[in-house]
Design a protein around this ligand. Structure first.
Ligand code: FE
Length: 347
């Protein structure tokens, strides 16, 4: 009798511990390299009691780790910062398609994965960033660079700065161009970019902005939030940089500026799936969406969220036209794009 009691007691304790572990823990693999995100993680924990364990790495590192870990992976939520990577992970079967009416209502269809066979969605875009053109105000004017196509004009010979063609941000831009122009014209355009380079691609987007300010580059390509960060910086050196450059949201009179997404998914072998869905739903909530906008200078992906960010307002004059092609198609083009880059010698 005593044994039975003890035995049952032990069983109950173990069950309770398992439930507690599932209820109170969430393991996130994140490629979001933005310190301002910390507030979102702590707000989620405060509101739900769910403790977050986070592994930070870049997109490629996260995908490699998930593949190596297989079914033993502790990851519940995956956060990536680019459509091409989200698509790659989806195709490689690293995500668990989920059904969430909250996420489906909040996130527009063109900013998430296509519905899977079971009706679930493999990933959701959670914020957007525009790939914009910056230019030296002393050398050029806005109309010189009001489209991506113009970056291949011969007048920019020796003037263009851009990070590596194989970086996901560029793979996605070029994947979008392939959707808009078709592959043949896109390859000619890419060759034009290579011919116009001021230097071999190096550094990140901020380095390209600084290159324009220093006079080494006449025009450059960057994600919008890097520029907004410098505009809002209290560092005089950053202010000095932004005063020298102009910014253009390209293709306003045609298909609109290319926007990429940062997004989230539930990991294929997640153990805490309920918490994972809860966390993604939280990221799509107005509070978290506002944080993406005010903390990291991104645009909310969720519909109807109002936000107040002076740098984003100053850059766009209030709003801008963004392209409307499905972001999943952009990811799908990346293999084709990489082959074109190799052919035209875009490092
Ligand atoms: Fe980035």
């Amino acid at each position: 009798m005593t044994f039975k009691k003890t035995f049952l007691g032990l069983t109950c304790t173990l069950l309770a511990m398992t439930t507690w572990a599932q209820d109170k823990t969430l393991n996130i693999y994140s490629a979001r390299h933005y310190p301002t995100d910390e507030v979102m993680y702590s707000d989620f924990t405060k509101a739900t009691g769910i403790k977050i364990n986070r592994v930070d790495a870049d997109d490629a590192g996260i995908l490699a780790r998930l593949k190596a870990e297989g079914a033993a992976s502790p990851a519940d939520v995956i956060l990536l910062v680019d459509a091409a990577r989200l698509w790659r992970a989806e195709v490689d079967g690293l995500f668990l398609p989920i059904k969430s009416s909250k996420l489906e209502e909040a996130i527009p269809a063109n900013l998430r994965a296509k519905a899977a066979d079971n009706g679930g969605t493999a990933w959701f875009g959670l914020s957007t960033r525009a790939r914009v053109i910056v230019y030296d105000k002393l050398k050029y004017s806005k109309t010189d660079v009001d489209s991506y196509e113009k970056l291949a004009d011969a007048k920019f010979k020796g003037s263009l700065c851009i990070r590596s063609g194989s970086h996901p941000y560029n793979l996605s831009l070029f994947g979008a161009m392939t959707e808009h122009l078709g592959p043949a014209k896109t390859e000619v355009w890419l060759k034009g970019l290579v011919d116009n380079m001021a230097r071999s691609p190096k550094g990140g987007d901020t380095d390209q902005i600084k290159g324009v300010a220093s006079g080494e580059c006449g025009v450059a390509v960057t994600n919008s939030y890097y520029l907004a960060r410098m505009m809002r910086s209290s560092n005089p050196a950053d202010k000095a940089v932004t005063e020298k450059i102009g910014v253009v949201f390209p293709n306003q009179s045609s298909w609109g500026t290319h926007v990429n997404v940062a997004g989230g998914a539930v990991a294929r072998h997640a153990k805490n799936t309920d918490n994972a869905v809860k966390f993604l739903e939280y990221l799509a909530s107005p509070a978290a969406q506002n944080h993406f906008a005010n903390g990291n200078n991104e645009w909310p992906a969720a519909k109807g969220v109002s936000f107040d960010n002076p740098a984003l307002k100053a850059m766009t004059g209030g709003s801008f036209k963004s392209e409307l092609i499905p972001i999943s198609a952009v990811g799908m083009n990346q293999i084709k794009v990489q082959q074109m880059l190799d052919r035209v010698g875009f490092k």
